[in-house]
Every structure is written in structure tokens, then in C-alpha cells.
Design a protein around this ligand. Structure first.
Ligand code: MN
Length: 743
């Protein structure tokens, strides 16, 4: 093995001393000695090994330990584990070596981190499941894992392009929601920014440029806005710091993509924050509300935009008071008011609670969340990706608080429905649920719940769980309970169906042979025995002429054919023009973007049906075979899955100039109905923008207007200009592109 040279040894020592400077004041001699020991050991273990950037490998664990200490505020055990986190994975040493030298606590964390290393293919998802199960007593594994990922993202530059895209995609798919759930806002936005930068470099640069471009104008607005507030705070002798924040480039871009708006149309780019040094003896909440009234004395608040996260903190511990007020130059500005303690929690999330020794209040919240995760993990459902999706659903969710008729509080993710509430209380209540009474009003089973609702579940003995409940069951718990119940129900039908079929055959004096069963299966156009039994069990099959059926030598082919066409309704393939051929005879070079052209050969591509991209959209290619590529929109959920499991098959793709060919695109409209609105909408589309419509559907319900339109669009630019024109129509509130072309 090649040892490091003098220069490299000096570089390592420098980095380590820098790191020590950051943490030294926080730890006693004994802890510093443990950290020193971990460093010396890891340094020797990684001797001679380099990162792709050419730096000695040990620089990476030191950097991770620094994030863990500084940004997460974790203690000596976590710091040691961070320094040692790649030793078992990358060197000869085992977990028991670590345990002998550093004790069981450090060893257990390193073990967890080792199991989580590498890429997230589906096996890794199972490992993640395992880790989450044992996580209840050690969130530190996930926290260090996030720090590890953050440093990898910070040093992504030396990776090849396709690796960058894969890692950035995985970060957005998994680590960002995790960081969000743990309340690590600063890290979350850094991860988002870095992912954005590497996944969409051009867009990132453009957004950053636009943000800088307006700096001067914005600074002027900020100063003009803040000055009166600061003066008032001073006269009232409230010790506080007023600062301002910009929306991140990532969230600006996300909003532009989602709503099809331009940079200038985003009004909440700016937020002002007032952090109060709380006076002892007066409640922090009171002090925040005092400042709120001081601000609203100066600026008019938007009545529907006051958010009180102090009375009811978010599930991840976030506390703050938000108000949107009308600032100078007629611009809405969000003002966030909080104390220093709340600010610390907001920036560092979960870890801050450790620092403030305020663990008990938070542990309850975390425990509820972990319980939900564990519940989910217990379910036998083995589809790893489905698990991840449901899991992510719960990671992002904001909690709402609901009450039982007796006044007990139940917390569920925002967007939960009646059925979720029922299953959360008891499985039987869910299985028999037919609806609910909320604040004395009868509501259906799919009714979305709102914060503060008091809910009485209504049941019926006749009710059985239905597969379509999955359309509106949102919590992991209710979803898995419904699936379980359905499996049970299916088993019942199967058993009953087997009896029915066998009885009928006996009655017809036909032997129960596999040959006879095959004849039945063929007669009813089914696929297998299981289907035969379950259909019979549900009473779908007529078995009274079974002797006739079995007597036939072979079933009438023609009849069978027609049955098939009627029974198995195939999804209509949208008549899209695809399968274009590449003119470039060169084989694919993964390091360069694949160019989408109109005439091509050798390497063909098609447009994915899940997200239906059109020229000009940000796209990415999935290499399905050596000479065929499927083009997805970059934000497409399907592609996010591929990034985590088949990252090596992802290639970058770019549109070249396209002729005037058009693509079926779906737009949805929402707004308040008024006379003539339909006319105006169709006018804008066909006359002003000369766009052909395939179908247009308008609906009005209680004054709310809904439109669903299928249009032939040339490219993304045309689409965006149409959207912003439609949004200007009086009464139209929201125009969105729907990537799903199936009804
Ligand atoms: Mn690492």
C-alpha cells in the first residue's frame, strides 16, 4: 500500500486542527480524547486511500464530523461515529473491532451507517426499512447519514455527469424529505440548492442570475420596509434582530415550473424575519404577538395569511408566527416573528432540542411519528418502492390536530380523510366506516379533514372495505389496513368460490380434474384457477349449465374472442407521434446530452406516457435498451424512482429545433364562474393563440368553475405563454398543466 506523502499528511493534520477549533470549547478533556482516538484510528485505517477529487479520503469523515458537530449540534458519541463512519465499509476492520475500541454505542451507529451505505436500489430500500425499525432509540444514524450526504453533495463536482444526476436525484427523492421531516431546514435547503445546481445546471445559473439582477431594487424595498419596524422596536425597547431572506433558487424554479409563471410573477421571493431576544418572566408567545401587533400597526396584514405555529407547533417542532403584509410599492411581504430559541429550532430542527435540553416535549411528537413509521413497517406489504412512496408521503406531511367526540386529540398528516381517521382509531372502525359527522354535518368517507375538526365516525355492520378506498386513503396506516382487509376478503371469496365450483361439478357428476377446471377457465375467459374461484365466490359466474360447458370439446373460438374484447378493456393509447429516428449514426456517449431531433436513426426514442413531455420541457432519458431511449420530464415521479434504482441508465437529453409538430397536452382551469367566461377562454386559445383543441369540458358547481382541456401544443414556450394569458382572464384563478392524459 502506498502511504501518504509529507504534504498530504500535513493537509490532513491541518483539516483536523481546523475541525478541533470548531468543537474544542464545547467538550471536556475526556470527550476530546475519545474524538482524538477515533481520528487517529480512522486516519490509519484510511491511510493511502484517496477520493475521486484526489484528496486523502479521511478529509471526508472529518468534514462529516464537522457538520454533525456544528450544524446538527450532536455530541461526542455522534462525532466519533461520524469520523469512523466509512471504516467498516471501506477497510479491513469490522463492527466488533469498533465496539472493542469505542464501545457499543458508537459501534451500533457505525453499523447502522454501514448498512445504509452505497446506492439505494430496492435492496437498500429494504435495509432502510430495517434501519428505521431500530431507529426509535437512535435517530443519530439518520442525522449522520444526512450529514454524510450533504458533504458528498458539496463535493460532487469531481463526479462524471451521469453520476451527478443520479446522486442529485436520489438526494431530492430521499434525503430532502428526511431532512424536512427532522426539521433541518438549513441543511434541507442546501441539499436542494446543490441538487438543483447539478441536476439542472443551466436553469440553476439562469435563476441565480435573475435573483442577482434584481438585488439593487430589492435592497431598496427591504430598507424602506424594515426601517419603520426597526424604529418602532427601538422605541418599545424590544431587543431583536431584523433580517431578510430570499426564497431559494430551487423553490423559485419549482414554483415557475409548477405554475408556469415567469420569475417576475413570483411575489413571495422576499421574507423578513424578526428574531426577539425574549425577556424572562413573560411568555414567549405573548412577546411574539406584541411584535405582531406592532408590525400590523405599520402595515396592513392580509387577513387570510396569519399563521400561528406557536400555539400549535408543526410536527417537526417548528414554532413561529407568520404574517403577510402589504409593503411599500404595493408588494406583499411575509414577516416571520419568533424568539431566539424558536429560531434555533427552526434552523437546526430536531438537534436544537438536544441543545436546549427541551427533549420531553419534542420526544412525544417524534414518538408519534416513529410509531406511524413502525406501524407501516410492520405491514407485510413487500413492494419496496411503494413503501418508499407512502413513507415519503408521511415525511412531507404537515400535521393537523383532530378530535374524537370525547375530546381526545388525534394528529394526522394534512390532507387526511375520514377513512384515515377511522383507521387511526381502530381497524374495525375503519373496516365498517360509511361516513362521519363533522361539526354536526354528515360527510362522506372520502371527505378531507381540517385542523380542529371534531369527528364522529359512522359505521354499518354491512360495510366491507373496498379497493377504491385507496384512492382517498392517504396515511400509510390506513392504506396498509385496507390492503390487508382486502387480502382477507379475497381469501374468503376464494374459499367460498372453491366450494361453489366443486359443488357444481359434483352436481353435474363431473370429476374435479385439472383438465375440467381448465375448460371452465377457458369458458369464462379467465387466466387461472385462483381467478375462477374468486369470481365464483363473488357470485359472478353462472354455473348451472356446467355439464354443457364441460361437454363441449372446445369452446367456440369466435365467442371467446368477442368476450375477451369486451371484458378486458384496454387503455386507449394516446395517438401521439413518437418513435422518431436519430440522424446521428454515432453510438450513444453517456457523458454528453442526447440530442432529440426530428429525423433520427439507429438510436430511437419515445416520449413517456406518464408525464407526456413536449419540446422545450426539461427532460431526461431512460435507456430502456441499447438503441431505445424513453424521454421523461425531469420532475416525473417515475424518473425519480429510476434515479434511485437504475441511475446508470439515466442520460441527459436536450431538444434540438423542432418543426411545427404538435403534441397533445392537457390543461386544467379553476376559478369563479361568470357570464361569458367559457367564450373568452376558447377565444384566447383558438383565435389569439391559434391552438387546436381536441376536447374541452367545462363544469360549474356552486359558483366554482372547472375546465378540462386537451390541446395540440407545439412546445413548452407556447404553452407557458398560453397559461399566463389564460391566468389573466377575469375569474380564472389557476391554470395548471396535467401530465396525465388518461381520464
Ligand atoms: Mn461517507
Amino acid at each position: 500500500m502506498q502511504h501518504f506523502n509529507q504534504a498530504e499528511i500535513r493537509q490532513i493534520e491541518d483539516r483536523y486542527q481546523d475541525f478541533l477549533k470548531v468543537i474544542k470549547s464545547k467538550f471536556d478533556e475526556e470527550r476530546l480524547a475519545r474524538i482524538e482516538k477515533a481520528f487517529r484510528f480512522a486516519n490509519a485505517a484510511h491511510d493511502g486511500i484517496k477520493r475521486r477529487s484526489g484528496e486523502p479520503y479521511i478529509i471526508h469523515p472529518i468534514a462529516v464530523a464537522r457538520i454533525v458537530a456544528k450544524d446538527l449540534g450532536l455530541g461526542a458519541t455522534s462525532i466519533c461515529a461520524s469520523i469512523l463512519h466509512d471504516v467498516v465499509e471501506d477497510t479491513e476492520y469490522s463492527v466488533s473491532d469498533i465496539e472493542n475500541m469505542f464501545g457499543p454505542r458508537v459501534a451500533r451507529i457505525v453499523d447502522g451507517l454501514t448498512k445504509l451505505s452505497g446506492d439505494f436500489d430496492s435492496r437498500q430500500v429494504l435495509t432502510l426499512k430495517k434501519i428505521l425499525m431500530t431507529l426509535s432509540d437512535d435517530v443519530r444514524v439518520i442525522l449522520i447519514k444526512i450529514a454524510d450526504r450533504l458533504h458528498n453533495m458539496q463535493t460532487l463536482d469531481s463526479m462524471p455527469v451521469n453520476k451527478k444526476i443520479k446522486i442529485a436525484g436520489e438526494t431530492l427523492y430521499l434525503y430532502v424529505p428526511l431532512a424536512h421531516r427532522l426539521g433541518l431546514y438549513a441543511i434541507k435547503s442546501e441539499l436542494e440548492e446543490l441538487s438543483f445546481k447539478h441536476k439542472h445546471p443551466e436553469e440553476y445559473k439562469k435563476t441565480l442570475y435573475m435573483l442577482h439582477n434584481q438585488e439593487e431594487k430589492r435592497n431598496y424595498l427591504v430598507n424602506e420596509f424594515i426601517r419603520p419596524i426597526q424604529e418602532k422596536l427601538e422605541t418599545e425597547q424590544i431587543d431583536s434582530i431584523v433580517s431578510h431572506r430570499l426564497k431559494s433558487t430551487w423553490s423559485i424554479w419549482q414554483k415557475m415550473q409548477k405554475k408556469g409563471v415567469t420569475f417576475n410573477e413570483i411575489y413571495d421571493i422576499l421574507a423578513v424575519r424578526i428574531v426577539i431576544k425574549a425577556k424572562p418572566g413573560i411568555s414567549e408567545k405573548r412577546q411574539c404577538f406584541d411584535v405582531l401587533s406592532l408590525v400590523t400597526d405599520i402595515y396592513k396584514p392580509r387577513p387570510d395569511r396569519i399563521r400561528d405555529w406557536i400555539t400549535m407547533p408543526k410536527a417537526n417542532g417548528y414554532e413561529s408566527l407568520h404574517v403577510t403584509v402589504m409593503g411599500p410599492q404595493g408588494k406583499w411581504v411575509e414577516v416571520q416573528i419568533r424568539t431566539e430559541r424558536m429560531d434555533e429550532v427552526a434552523e437546526h430542527g430536531f438537534a436544537a432540542h438536544y441543545r436546549y435540553k427541551d427533549i420531553s416535549t419534542f420526544e412525544n411528537e417524534l414518538e408519534t411519528w416513529m410509531e406511524r413509521i413502525r406501524e407501516h413497517l410492520r405491514s407485510p406489504d413487500s413492494d419496496a418502492f411503494e413503501f418508499l412512496d407512502d413513507f415519503k408521503l408521511n415525511l412531507y406531511a404537515t400535521e393537523i390536530n383532530l378530535f374524537t367526540p370525547k375530546g381526545d386529540m388525534v394528529s394526522l398528516p394534512q390532507g387526511s380523510t375520514v377513512i384515515d381517521f377511522a383507521y387511526d382509531i381502530h381497524t374495525d372502525l375503519g373496516n365498517k366506516c360509511i361516513g362521519a359527522k363533522i361539526n354536526f354535518r354528515l360527510v362522506p368517507i372520502n371527505h378531507p379533514l381540517e385542523n380542529g375538526d371534531q369527528i364522529e365516525i359512522l359505521t354499518s355492520e354491512k360495510q366491507i372495505p373496498k379497493m377504491e378506498w385507496l384512492k382517498f386513503a392517504t396515511t400509510a396506516k390506513s392504506r396498509s389496513k385496507i390492503k390487508d382487509a382486502f387480502k382477507l376478503e379475497k381469501k374468503k371469496h376464494l374459499d367460498k368460490g372453491r366450494e361453489i365450483v366443486e359443488e357444481a361439478m359434483k352436481a353435474a357428476k363431473a370429476p374435479i380434474t385439472s383438465n375440467n377446471l381448465k375448460k371452465l377457465i377457458a369458458h369464462f375467459n379467465l387466466n387461472n384457477k385462483e381467478q375462477l374461484y374468486s369470481e365464483a365466490g363473488m357470485g359472478f359466474l353462472k354455473l348451472n349449465n356446467i355439464d354443457e360447458i364441460l361437454g363441449k370439446k372446445s369452446p367456440n373460438k369466435l365467442v371467446k374472442y368477442w368476450n375477451i374484447t369486451f371484458n378486458r378493456k384496454k387503455k386507449e393509447e394516446p395517438a401521439l407521434q413518437e418513435e422518431e429516428v436519430l440522424s446521428n449514426p454515432k453510438r450513444l456517449d453517456k457523458g454528453k446530452p442526447f440530442l432529440l431531433k426530428e429525423a433520427q436513426d439507429e438510436i430511437t426514442y419515445s416520449l413517456a406516457k406518464c408525464c407526456n413531455p413536449i419540446p422545450g420541457d426539461q427532460v431526461i432519458g431512460y435507456l430502456s435498451t441499447d438503441d431505445h431511449i424513453i424521454i421523461h420530464k425531469t420532475g416525473c415521479r417515475e424518473v425519480e424512482k429510476f434515479l434511485s434504482s437504475h441511475g446508470n441508465k439515466i442520460i441527459t437529453a436536450e431538444w434540438t429545433r423542432f418543426k411545427k409538430q404538435s403534441y397533445l397536452t392537457r390543461l386544467r382551469l379553476e376559478g369563479f364562474d361568470r357570464m361569458g367566461i367559457v367564450n373568452e377562454v376558447t377565444n384566447v386559445i383558438s383565435k389569439q393563440h391559434s391552438i387546436n383543441m381536441r376536447s374541452v369540458k367545462f363544469d360549474t358547481h356552486e359558483g366554482i368553475f372547472n375546465g378540462d382541456m386537451f390541446l395540440y401544443i407545439h412546445n413548452a414556450e407556447d404553452l407557458h405563454s398560453l397559461i399566463s394569458r389564460l391566468e389573466k382572464i377575469k375569474g380564472i384563478d389557476l391554470v395548471t398543466r396535467d401530465e396525465n392524459l388518461n381520464d
